[in-house]
Design a protein around this ligand. Structure first.
Ligand code: CLF
Ligand code: SF4
Length: 492
């Protein structure tokens, strides 16, 4: 390893306006999803206690904790133009999609199996594949069973909001602290273009009457939950030409009614999914359009930027899906659950978090000499715990941070179709798609990287950096940025 001098401007290249995949921010179950970058120092202690182990509600927690969904709620009382719950593909990751629907008993058994094998599990969410509240009988039966056996799991649900006001008392009584409402509009005339019909009080409605009823129920439900101190996250699906320009107003309105977070997700629209939008050519937003809308909402309700738009049967850390390991026919007949492993993991996390916080406290001093300039985007290969602890070739996604003189901020992630290293060898064809996915990024931090990918990244103007292996992400980025400003960086 040696020292080399490179021009700072060369390191912080301007982001390309034509770069295809940009910040893959936010997401969440079309009827589920959320996360805030706020930490222990920024939040009321009572709220921090509720969010500190929730991987969706706390960006910090998503480095340490996992969620699982059980697909026990197949029925829905509305139709969204972006939804087709019949579509079932194990490789497809989007809300509303599941591989197997479960009874509450099966769902509770699956939770037991996952809790035994995944000590990171901290949240059980019910996010469909229909509506968790319209299908309340199934949702409640599942939560009741799990609450008896796993008192350390947080319960979380996701809904379109139409049935919400009818269930607020039960939600509070059952200690469900986290509820997501998908709100795509606060103007029924816009709603007409998103919802063809709703089914309410045994009657089917369409047109602006349907959208108006849905809107009123969503607002009422949000106000009722906020008044009872339940943390509410709002998911909005961004649909270009339909509600994109309207989402800043949605952000303002939900903030005024007490929403904790706002998660603006890109419409997933593919003719192969058989949705109305997919079949009719409605496109999703480009990453740049999505980011512009999120940026326009800054200053309003806090935005979630680490959502992965999970399936309704997702299992694992955000960004990974271990659902196939826990299919019903793979579960053992008797599940011997040992809670001490989960307790030990939480002790370990508490220790790691303390060390992480101490390390981050040094960042202002590290950046003190940096001058105001164009922010840099740094992609990071990480397996969790806030560290640069993954080999480049093993990454299925990269977390993306923005750094400038003011600090280091998580801003999104870049998903890959597959990881570069397959069976111990790098795949040339994969390398091309990884480099494409990283377009616009200035540097990639990883625990280790081979010569081939190093050369390919460098040729694309992206600096490969492995000298901070196993260090904390933010402190490594701050150090790198400060040294780059001095035009001194270490290279392998
Ligand atoms: Fe599930 Fe949603 Fe609860 Fe999280 S997901 S019900 S709040 S436990 Fe999270 Fe997945 Fe995004 Fe949802 S990353 S889709 S925000
Ligand atoms: Fe699909 Fe119903 Fe969810 Fe809309 S509310 S995305 S129709 S499951």
């Amino acid at each position: 390893m040696g020292l080399s001098f490179i021009p700072f401007d060369a390191l912080l290249q301007p982001m390309r306006t034509d770069a295809p995949p940009q910040l893959e921010t936010t997401g969440g179950c079309a009827s589920s999803s959320c996360g805030s970058s706020a930490g222990a120092d920024d939040l009321d202690p009572e709220i921090w206690e509720k969010v500190k182990d929730h991987p969706c509600y706390s960006e910090e927690a998503h480095h340490y904790f996992a969620r699982m969904h059980v697909a026990v709620a197949p029925a829905c009382n509305i139709q969204c133009n972006y939804c087709n719950r019949k579509y079932d593909c194990a490789n497809e990751s989007r809300p509303g999609v599941v591989s197997e629907r479960l009874t509450p008993d099966q769902g509770a058994r699956k939770v037991l199996a996952v809790a035994k094998s995944v000590p990171q599990l901290s949240v059980l969410g019910i996010a469909g594949p229909g509506d968790a509240l319209y299908d309340w009988r199934h949702t409640k039966a599942t939560f009741d069973q799990v609450a008896k056996s796993h008192t350390d799991l947080k319960l979380c649900l996701s809904t379109n909001g139409l049935s919400l006001p009818d269930h607020v008392d039960e939600i509070v009584d059952m200690n469900i602290d986290h509820v997501t409402i998908t709100i795509n509009m606060v103007d029924p005339e816009i709603g007409v273009r998103i919802y063809p019909w709703i089914f309410y009080r045994n009657k089917r409605y369409s047109g602006s009457e349907a959208a108006r009823i849905l809107h009123e129920r969503q607002m009422l439900g949000l106000e009722m939950l906020s008044a009872r101190k339940v943390l509410v996250k709002i998911n909005s699906v961004m649909i270009p030409g339909v509600n994109d320009a309207h989402l800043t107003q949605v952000n303002r309105e939900v903030k005024a009614r007490g929403a904790f977070l706002h998660n603006i997700m890109p419409l997933i629209s593919d003719p192969a999914h058989g949705t109305f939008y997919g079949l009719n050519g409605q496109r999703g937003p480009t990453p740049q359009e999505l980011k512009a809308t999120q940026d326009a909402c800054e200053g309003g309700a806090k935005l979630m930027r680490h959502c992965r738009q999970c399936r309704a049967d997702a299992v694992g850390m955000l960004g990974e899906d271990r659902g196939q390991e826990f299919k019903l026919d793979l579960l053992p007949d008797a599940i011997d659950f040992d809670p001490t492993l989960r307790d030990a993991y939480r002790d370990h996390v508490a220790e790691q978090r303390g060390a992480h916080q101490n390390a981050k406290a040094n960042i202002p001093a590290v950046l003190a000499s940096a001058t105001a300039g164009k922010p840099a985007l740094i992609a990071v290969a990480t397996k969790g715990e806030g560290r640069i602890n993954q080999h480049f070739g093993h990454a299925r996604e990269f977390q993306v941070y923005e750094v400038d003189h003011a600090g280091v901020r998580f801003v999104g992630h870049r998903k890959l179709d597959d990881n570069y290293c397959q069976g111990g060898f790098g795949e040339e064809i994969m390398l091309t798609s990884v480099v494409t996915a990283l377009a616009g990024v200035d540097a990639v931090f990883c625990a280790k990287i081979g010569h081939c990918p190093k050369d390919a990244l460098a040729a694309a103007g992206i600096k490969p950096v492995d000298e901070y292996a196993y260090e904390f992400i933010e402190t490594a980025i701050a150090d790198f940025y400060a040294r780059a400003q001095e035009n001194v960086v270490t290279t392998a």
